[in-house]
Design a protein around this ligand. Structure first.
Ligand SMILES: [Zn+2]
Length: 252
């Protein structure tokens, strides 16, 4: 009897001559890796089920001892092919799968896994429908920072708790007041930018659709959030580099 699990394909990497390693988000097991034999042959029957962002059912024989499973068969549930047809949408969806791979590493809490799985399906649909890319990026990063305990402090000065703020200090981890700003020599921000930065921290998946329709956040706000992320998480984002390479950022 084969094991079957519903997955969201996160990434595909070439492996040996015709094979690929598929990183997948399984509803039942969380983060999983599969070897997909012969997948790079043009007539491979498993080709479509292994495309990034596809939602598929994977058949395999679970090897508990191995971190790499062998994909046997499967069927496609949702292709999400529109995310491949547009470079910006592709980049935005890739940012999410990159963040997912990071946050699912070693994660075994069932409720969280199920919630993230369903939310990802919703998120992909919204990326198909909306081109508010800067809002997507802000939301995704804020969501990740919040989940991992690195959320920026945005409700008062992170140093002295004063309520009136005019700057962001990445090193201190949040907004700062004018006194602390002078002390820290952090850049002074426009009110609008602080507002956009703060709002992104307050949006949950339940309010995402309204947030996307509300307005386009400033591109500078995205850049500050990326800096905040890279400083506190200690890694650069491949999807962000991709956006630079293809000038997607200028279109945000
Ligand atoms: Zn202060």
């Amino acid at each position: 009897m084969n094991d079957i699990t519903r997955v969201i394909v996160l990434s595909q990497n070439d492996y040996q001559e015709n094979d690929a390693i598929i990183k997948a988000f399984s509803y039942d097991y969380g983060l999983m890796s599969f070897v997909a034999k012969g997948i790079r042959k043009i007539n491979s029957k498993n080709r479509s089920i292994c495309m990034p962002f596809a939602i598929s059912e994977f058949q395999f024989n679970l090897k508990e001892s191995s971190s790499l499973q062998s994909l046997l068969n499967g069927q496609i549930l949702v292709t999400n092919h529109k995310l491949h047809d547009d470079l910006s949408k592709y980049a935005i969806a890739s940012l999410w799968t990159e963040l997912l791979s990071m946050s699912l590493e070693g994660e075994s809490e069932e409720t969280l896994i199920h919630e993230l799985f369903e939310n990802t399906i919703t998120l992909f649909k919204l990326i198909e429908e909306s081109d508010n890319y800067s809002a997507f990026i802000l939301f995704m990063l804020a969501n990740f920072l919040d989940r991992t305990g690195f959320a920026p402090h945005v409700d008062s000065c992170v140093v002295c708790d004063a309520s009136k703020v005019n700057s962001l200090s990445i090193e201190e981890g949040g907004f700062v007041c004018s006194d602390c700003q002078m002390h820290l020599h952090s850049p002074i921000f426009e009110v609008e930018l602080l507002r956009d930065f703060r709002l992104a921290q307050k949006v949950g998946f339940d309010k995402l659709k309204d947030y996307l329709n509300y307005k386009k956040p400033h591109t500078d706000c995205v850049k500050w959030m990326i800096q905040f992320f890279e400083y506190h998480i200690g890694t650069t984002l491949k999807a962000w580099e991709f956006m630079h390479k293809w000038s997607i950022i200028e279109e945000l």
